[in-house]
Ligand binder design. Structure first.
Ligand code: NCD
Length: 300
């Protein structure tokens, strides 16, 4: 199976994955990955995605081989992502890939009898496009808190054009028509989101004023840093910064503040004492969600 965007996770698959993840979180031991190898091919920096995938694989009894630095790979010699991914696929049962480019079209160009067509491939972030397992992690965090993914008021503040975690998050959450999603673009004054995401925007309101007005109703406030590396360094840290004043406007019990990390000024560490800030819970949930996904892939 190829996990490229969050659309691959149907509602019933999500429910199954959440239950697997919750079992793992509750201490269930499963060696389903015994005798299997995961390759992590990270051609862009990562801390939590790569290490949570590797921890997940090791906890399931499997083994890991890793390329964590593009400059030490054949990328440096001009190899394409297509060739790198297929090369690594000849060594492993599952390949987790992060690249700064768009996900290559492996299905079309790979003959069905290709020796690696049985290998599971997971997109761990392709340029500014998608990051499906971060969306899975975020959805699991929401499901644990609210017991559902629908009927929620959600505010998303960040780099709407360039943040792949935001793209995957809104693609997944806007699937539920009862959700209200308010967007605040912290980089572009025109508050715009790429046209390619418009099909998912039916229930979204991208408007600074509406974001502010509706803030107290929000169950989820999702923040993400400005993706400086995708703006050629031309954009610095921007003015949206959560603080006690903002937090005090949220419901004491019925809200959470999320950030996929790494965080910058948008979510100051001083706010971590507030139980609504679930930043480090998200990182731990990411490991259980990835264990669940690996179990799902290896079982089928
Ligand atoms: C994100 C990414 O790489 O897209 N990090 C992550 O995987 N948790 C978000 C970011 O870098 O801002």
């Amino acid at each position: 199976m190829h996990i490229v965007t969050p659309s691959i996770f149907s509602d019933s698959t999500l429910q199954e994955l959440f239950h697997f993840a919750y079992e793992f979180e509750s201490g269930f031991v499963d060696n389903i990955a015994k005798d299997r190898i995961m390759a992590t091919l990270f051609l862009e920096p990562s801390t939590r995605t790569r290490l949570s995938f590797e921890a997940a694989m090791l906890r399931l009894g499997g083994s890991v081989i890793s390329c964590s630095d593009a400059s030490g790979s054949s990328c440096k010699k001009g190899e394409t992502d297509y060739d790198s991914i297929l090369t690594v696929s000849t060594y492993a049962d599952v390949v987790v890939v992060r690249t700064s480019n768009d996900w290559p079209d492996l299905n079309v160009r790979t003959p069905s009898n290709y020796p690696t067509s049985h290998v599971d491939l997971i997109n761990a972030g392709d340029g500014a496009n998608h990051h499906p397992t971060q969306a899975l992690t975020d959805a699991y965090t929401i499901w644990k808190k609210f017991g559902r993914l629908d009927n929620l008021c959600i505010g998303v503040a960040g780099d709407l054009k360039k943040s792949r975690t935001i793209h995957s998050f809104i693609e997944l959450m806007s699937r539920y028509e009862s959700n209200y999603i308010f967007l605040l673009d912290t980089v572009n004054s025109d508050s715009s989101i790429d046209d390619s995401y418009l099909p998912y925007c039916a229930h979204m309101l991208c408007d600074t004023w509406k974001f502010h007005i509706n803030f107290p109703k929000m169950n989820i406030v999702y923040t993400n840093r400005v993706q400086q590396e995708r703006h050629d360094g031309k954009v610095g840290n921007v003015d949206f910064k959560l603080n006690e004043h903002w937090l005090n406007r949220l419901s004491p019990e019925g809200s959470i503040v999320m950030n996929p990390g790494p965080r910058r000024d948008e979510l100051p560490a001083e706010l971590d004492v507030d139980p609504r800030v679930v930043f480090f819970q998200q990182t731990r949930n990411g490991m259980f969600a990835r264990m669940a996904l690996l179990k799902y892939l290896f079982r089928s």
